[in-house]
Design a protein around this ligand. Structure first.
Ligand code: AMP
Length: 115
């Protein structure tokens, strides 16, 4: 069965697509956690980073992040995040990178953990 993100890629579910090429499609997150919050999704249905094949065209995910960040005017900086599995709060099991920016993002990690 097609994943939610495959349905977006195939235009069966609407989304604001901001970038696409042969390998990836990127669209705005429906619940943005930053002024710019874009999901970059490989067209291939890989369920998560843990299932990433050992070889392939995976650099296109990061290349797309760089290009979209430029396109979105994120010269001040940005963050790229991949949530893998339950502890990371992964909710959609089709590999995706979050591109976050547009404001100072602060730290990240486990809330309450001393550094
Ligand atoms: P993750 O927790 O890493 O699996 O992230 C899944 C992300 O998908 C969340 O940030 C959701 O807000 C986002 N999301 C879920 N459904 C949609 C949708 N229909 N369009 C855009 N983003 C979505």
């Amino acid at each position: 069965m097609a994943t939610l993100f495959s349905k977006i890629i195939n235009r069966e579910i609407p989304a604001e697509i901001v970038f696409e090429n042969e390998y990836v499609v990127a669209f705005r997150d429906i619940q943005p956690q930053a002024p710019v919050h874009i999901l970059i999704v490989p067209r291939a249905e890989i369920s998560g980073l843990a299932e990433l094949p050992d070889s392939g065209d995976h650099q296109h995910l990061l290349n797309a992040a760089k290009v979209i960040a430029e396109q979105e005017g994120l010269g001040g900086g940005y963050r790229v995040v991949i949530n893998q599995g339950a502890d990371a709060g992964q909710t959609v099991f089709h590999l995706h990178a979050h591109l976050l920016g547009g404001a100072p993002l602060g730290g990240f990690g486990v809330p309450g953990l001393d550094h």
